[in-house]
Write a protein that binds this ligand. Structure first.
Ligand code: FA5
Length: 343
């Protein structure tokens, strides 16, 4: 009986030592150590042996059982280690391989031009003001010398809100607010989004950007206005051969008022859908601030004068980047927007 136990034990231990996989080890576990395994059966059959033999055979069987358990557990660890090493060897990790493309974004064309103009004006000592997009009638119209029922209100189709306010139709809505908070000498620009209930076409959107500018001090004249407008356009386009025309323009908040048009850079002034075949694009209305507006801002018009302008920022971005239709800019179509980069 002792020989039988030794043979089974040695064979089982040898099998466990040579097992090549977890599956093979499991089979050995079940065959020798399981509920119906050979060692379990052997220990059960001890009761049929004489007492002396029962002790020696039992001790030997328990010794092999313990040894087998130990060998199975050690072999299991070794098999796991081999598996990991083999996997590491087969999975080559190339640290020079290019990473995954996360698709970095770019600045929106209007933002690119806005930042450029902010730099131009802050370099000349202007500050940047910010105003809300929802404003009261007072700041958007009344304080700009446009009383209720004034026909000039029809020039801009306004979105009115249920709370009695409105979506600003022009960045000029910041003018009097700034005058209330800062006193001359005053040099300020205020870029921002405007809203008008427009019929859309290649150069009209219902949501677009303007950039307001204002300078108030003693003795400010039209010469100052023309100097800053010229500097603005020359620096934005990086050349001084841009063709412009200045003509009288009516805005109740300036006197005199001008329309500054840009020769269309899409068709070089020949006429195209972007400029409605006229060869010119309305871009930069401006003028000398009306004395009534200064009074609304609590600034004495007998002591101070100033100029103001309302640049069509979205249209300027179109001209700078050769974008033929304004509707591309709000379309969210990344195929269009990704083609445009800043300097
Ligand atoms: C105004 O909004 C005046 N507040 C400008 C101003 C400011 C005049 C200070 C005098 C002194 P206008 O409605 O013309 O003016 O708009 C100014 C510019 O905004 C236009 O020349 C044009 O370039 C741009 N613009 C106006 N409406 C739209 C629109 N629907 N879509 C895109 N750009 C527009």
């Amino acid at each position: 009986m002792l020989n039988k136990v030794s043979d089974i034990g040695n064979y089982a231990v040898e099998c466990a030592k040579n097992a090549m996989s977890e599956k093979e080890l499991d089979e050995i576990r079940v065959r020798y150590l399981g509920k119906k395994g050979k060692f379990t059966e052997l220990l059960k059959s001890l009761k049929n042996l004489p007492i002396e033999e029962r002790k020696t055979v039992g001790a030997l069987a328990n010794k092999f059982k313990a040894e087998l358990e130990k060998v199975v557990s050690e072999r299991s660890e070794k098999i796991l280690e081999n598996d990991i090493n083999n996997k590491l060897k087969s999975e080559v990790f190339d640290i020079s391989f290019p990473g995954e493309d996360f698709g970095f974004g770019t600045l929106h064309p209007v933002t690119i031009v806005q930042k450029q103009i902010e730099k131009i004006f802050t370099d000349m000592g202007f500050m940047i003001a910010d105003g809300p997009e929802c404003v009261t009638d007072y700041y958007c119209f009344k304080a700009l010398n446009i009383p209720e029922n004034h026909p000039a209100r029809d020039m801009q189709d306004t979105y009115y809100l249920e709370n009695g306010q409105l979506l600003r139709t022009q960045t000029s809505a910041v003018q009097v607010k700034v005058m209330e908070e800062h006193k001359p000498p005053l040099k300020v620009i205020a870029p921002g989004r405007c809203f008008r209930n427009e019929d859309l076409d290649a150069c009209h959107e219902n949501t677009f950007f303007q950039l307001e500018g204002m300078m108030i001090d003693k003795g400010i004249s039209i010469s100052n206005l023309i100097y800053f407008m010229k500097t603005l356009l020359t620096k934005v386009f990086g050349r001084d051969d841009i063709k412009i025309r200045l003509r009288p323009g009516y805005f109740p908040f300036v006197e005199p008022g001008f329309e500054l048009d840009l020769s269309c850079l899409i068709c070089q002034g020949k006429g195209c859908p972007t400029c409605k075949q006229s060869g010119w694009l309305e871009l930069l209305p401006c003028g000398m601030i009306h004395p009534n507006v200064l009074k609304y801002g609590d600034i004495d018009p007998d002591e101070y004068s100033g100029f103001a302008f309302g640049l069509g920022l979205t249209r300027l971005a179109m001209m700078k980047f050769g974008i033929k239709d304004i509707r591309y800019l709000n379309s969210g179509d990344l195929r269009v927007l990704k083609q445009i980069h800043g300097e």
